[in-house]
Design a protein around this ligand. Structure first.
Ligand code: LLP
Length: 477
């Protein structure tokens, strides 16, 4: 039961209220159901670019970058590209003074294609393939974050010039988040544990390779972390390791990378990390800890991804069907787990908003589901929507900027949604929708006659035997 259901006369006024903190900074709603972002009307954008559509508020992205720069003026803000990346995004964050934290050769290639200089790119990842390393070396990335003992000699043998590296360590701090997003404990597949001595052993090995210049330590405790205290605990442990390196090797490693993971609230009232509070606390902790160990305060890098881009994005869906059955109402839309796998993966929750028309109807609790052939294809379970919702209506989903487009798939051969950047009333496609031709691009046997191999070897063909005509003169055994 919502406030509007209790006091129906308030309904139009409440329709113009946007939950604070969930929508892009430039979003504005009206009593008649209009919602604009960056001055552009979402219903008009849906008509022009089709649905599902991700609308990205560039001003919001820029403001988030600036908030981090203001909070930590002396630190390096390396935007975590995995949250959302295309050339326009890389350019926007680079213009705002951010570096780019990449985790694959593909992310490096896109970032470099946007014109971001290599020295402003970091590469991390627990497995770096030859292709990843080749892309990193071609782009002359500034730093590579070593994640395992195996990587050290391999990287040293590959680099054509002395390469700056960091070592990723695990401080054994539980980030207090979803288990699938926890990465700073000893049971994590990422990094090398400090407490077991593995991190110190890796440091010795890196220092034994003159091709590699160890410039610091990296840790990332997880994602959707709301507690600043957990970052402080991690920082204290990593600084203790920096001090141990200084004692053992007489070396003051100049850099400390504390990773990303700053929480964003996806539902009304859910907590978000405040960059200013984070900045104040972490600067104090670094200064106190370094002083206590008698080492210089390391230069700080942080890697926020979601906190920069999540709130800038809104997804617009069109309702395809409304089904009332067995006491439940399903509102099925034209997207789903292929544009947002987060509810299925992490049980993520979102609010939704009816777009484009006013209604006096009371709300009912519904399940908004996707179009895919999976029962887990849910967008929002148990959300309040007007009970007069019908096929053809449009819905807006906030907080869609991070880990939506970047985790999108073509499941069920459904093309991935377009991403449109808005600002000053104008809209520009920055990632276009997949076309049917895109979906066939990797299908190498399509339209070709594949010569049949020996019977029984058909399973090794790229195409199923049934679509490859068998010449009539080949006998079945
Ligand atoms: N740095 C490293 C080393 C990371 O592994 C990550 C995220 C980040 C920075 C950025 O984290 P952020 O600030 O965006 O939370 N797909 C999940 C999130 C996975 C995050 C993986 N690593 C989700 O949709 O919630």
């Amino acid at each position: 039961m919502t406030l509007a259901d209790l006091v129906p006369s308030l309904r139009p006024t409440l329709a113009a209220r946007l939950e604070p903190g969930l929508w892009p900074l430039t979003a504005a709603a009206t009593c008649d159901g209009r919602l604009t972002v960056g001055g552009a009307d979402l219903v008009e954008l849906a008509g022009r670019f089709a649905t599902p559509l991700v609308v990205l508020d560039t001003a919001d992205v820029r403001a988030r970058c600036r908030a981090y720069r203001d909070a930590l003026p002396e630190a390096e803000i390396a935007y975590a590209a995995k949250a959302f990346l295309c050339r326009a995004m890389a350019r926007t964050v680079a213009q705002e003074g951010c570096s780019i934290d990449a985790c694959s050769g593909g992310e490096i290639t896109t970032t470099a294609a946007a014109g971001v200089p290599g020295e402003r790119i970091l590469l991390h990842g627990n497995v770096k393939t030859d292709e990843d390393l080749k892309a990193a070396l071609d782009a002359r990335v500034g730093r590579i974050v070593i994640d395992s003992l195996d990587e050290i000699d391999r990287l040293a043998a590959l680099v054509p010039h002395r390469q700056q590296v960091l070592l990723r360590v695990t401080p054994d701090v539980d980030a207090g988040t979803h288990p699938g997003r926890t990465t700073g404990t000893h049971t994590s597949k990422f990094g090398l544990p400090i407490a077991t001595g593995d991190a110190a052993a890796a440091i010795r090995r890196v220092l034994g390779r003159p091709e590699l210049e160890l410039v610091g330590l990296h840790c990332h405790i997880g994602s959707q972390v709301t507690s600043i205290a957990r970052y402080e605990s991690a920082a204290v442990r990593v600084i203790a390791l920096l001090a141990a390196v200084s004692r053992e090797h007489g070396l003051a490693l100049p850099q400390l990378n504390l990773g990303g993971g700053h929480a964003v609230g996806y539902t009304d009232g859910a907590p978000s990390m405040d960059p200013a509070a984070f900045g104040r606390a972490i600067r104090g902790t670094l200064a106190r800890s370094a002083r206590a160990h008698g080492i210089p305060v390391p230069a700080l890098t942080i890697e926020p991804g979601r906190a920069i881009v999540a709130r800038a994005g809104v997804t617009v869906y069109r309702v395809g069907a409304v089904k009332r059955t067995a006491g439940r109402t399903f509102v099925a839309v034209d997207g789903g787990m292929s544009d947002n796998p987060r509810p299925a993966l992490y049980g993520a929750r979102y609010p939704l908003r009816l777009l484009g028309r006013a209604t006096k109807a009371p709300t009912e609790q519904v399940s908004v589901v996707g179009r895919h052939c999976e029962s887990t294809d849910t967008i929002a379970d148990d959300v309040a929507l007007p009970c007069d919702i019908v096929a053809g209506d449009m819905l807006a989903l906030p907080c869609s900027g991070a880990y939506h487009a970047s985790m999108a798939s073509t499941y069920n051969q459904v093309g991935r949604a377009a991403v449109v950047a808005v600002g000053g009333g104008a809209a520009m496609t920055i990632l276009r929708r997949d076309t049917p031709e895109d979906l066939l691009r990797r299908d190498v046997v399509c339209g070709q006659q594949v010569a049949p191999g020996p019977v029984g070897a058909e399973a090794h063909h790229d195409a199923p035997a049934s679509v490859v005509p068998r010449p009539s003169n080949v006998k079945r055994r």
